[in-house]
Design a protein around this ligand. Structure first.
Ligand code: ATP
Length: 370
């Protein structure tokens, strides 16, 4: 039973009708959001949508123009950053170059005047947590980028904050290291039980690490849900399009069965069918969002297929384990289909110009109101 589904659960963080203006510009627009203890929460959205502003308000570097932000039930407006049980790990890591790894991690604890043996014990614990036991004496320039990132993390967690804010924490790492680090970060988050709020441009990263993802646009929340819900049941075309690869077909919906709609679309193309639990009016304009991996590509029309369209292969992207085919239909629409490359001998099962059928089930696409 997840805390966000539990009406009794008390949020660790509560944004209550928060608006943030810079002059006349509204960066955050009447936004309400609850984040729960032990969550790994991701803020996702295009550049300028207000992610960093949300973080800065949580960290105490900005105050809301209107509304309030609560931490563990208390209004934190006006509480300075160092008086909040919140820490922020910056993309630049901001390590002290002249201090050793050990001293970097100890810095905040010493500044707070904590007893020597307590500092030593805590630093040792943090070094162990981030697998840096062997690197305590090194300076930041004597360790790798991935290790520096772990030092920054160890330092941010040393004072056991209730909430850790991570601004593009893996932005400086290359792709392979990023992926390893994502799992490490999830592991550390789980071990410490600290609530993490992460800002990232990388949707895959958000989907990998987060318990819930908030998709933002122009200072508003568009959808807040678990990664699989965001991916499988996007609330609108914006979310469907923002997360992962998708085919968007525009048409008009007519109710045919209990929850089954017929979708009339491009001229000359057979109507499509999709189910939707939200009611659409007859003839209402709609979008059908279909993930490429839900589309089957085959040389013949599959028998009994509910949705099948015919076209020819325009482009192929070979990605090793899978290939993505761009197929052009008679109407000129291009649909992407993904197929697993399971057979070793054939690099591709289809080649350019091949006539093919694309098919998907009645639940393969998500029907959204236009
Ligand atoms: P990015 O992904 O590019 O970092 P973001 O989603 O984090 O973007 P924010 O940095 O939160 O976006 O900015 C949201 C909007 O508020 C932007 O249009 C930005 O120009 C504006 N903004 C942010 N800080 C200020 C400021 N101090 N003064 C004026 N405008 C600001």
């Amino acid at each position: 039973f997840a805390p966000w589904e539990d009406p009794e659960a008390k949020p660790l963080i509560r944004f209550q009708n928060v608006t943030k203006r810079f002059g006349t510009f509204t960066a955050i627009d009447d936004l309400s959001l609850d984040i729960y203890e032990k969550e790994f929460f991701a803020l996702l959205g295009p550049s300028g949508c207000g992610k960093t502003t949300m973080m800065r308000m949580l960290g105490g570097f900005e105050n809301p123009t209107e509304g309030r932000i609560e931490l563990a039930g208390k209004d934190i407006s006006g509480v300075p950053p160092n008086k909040r049980a919140v820490n922020m790990m910056f993309q630049s890591y901001a390590l002290f170059p002249h201090l050793s790894v050990w001293d970097n991690i100890a810095f905040g604890l010493r500044r707070d005047g904590r007893p020597k043996d307590e500092v030593a014990a805590r630093v040792a614990e943090m070094l162990k947590l981030t697998r840096l036991e062997k690197f305590g004496r090194r300076k930041p320039h004597q360790i790798s980028g991935g290790q520096r990132q772990r030092v920054a993390l160890a330092r941010s967690l040393a004072k056991a904050p209730k909430l850790l804010l991570l601004d593009e924490p893996m932005g400086a790492l290359d792709k392979k290291l990023r992926q390893d680090t994502q799992f490490e970060l999830m592991d550390i988050q789980e071990k410490t039980g600290t609530t993490f709020v992460i800002v990232t441009h990388d949707q895959e990263e958000a989907m990998t690490v987060a318990s819930r993802v908030a998709v933002m646009d122009e200072g508003k929340l568009i959808q807040v849900a678990t990664p699989d819900r965001i991916y499988e049941s996007p609330e609108n075309v914006y979310v469907a399009d923002f997360i992962g690869d998708v085919n968007i077909i525009e048409g008009r919906a007519t109710l045919e069965g209990e929850e089954t709609y017929r979708i009339d679309w491009a001229e000359g193309e057979a109507p499509l069918r999709a189910t939707s639990s939200t009611r659409l009016d007859n003839g209402q304009s709609c979008f059908l969002a279909i993930r490429p991996e839900k589309v089957t590509i085959s040389p013949e029309r599959p028998e009994g297929a509910v949705n099948a369209v015919h076209g020819k292969v325009l482009d192929i992207a070979y990605l090793g384990n899978i290939s993505t085919y761009h197929v052009e239909l008679a109407s000129g629409t291009v649909i992407k289909a993904q197929a697993a490359n399971t057979r070793r001998i054939s690099r591709r099962s289809f080649t350019w110009e091949d006539p093919v059928w694309l098919s998907w089930t009645v639940t393969g696409g998500v029907l959204l109101a236009g």
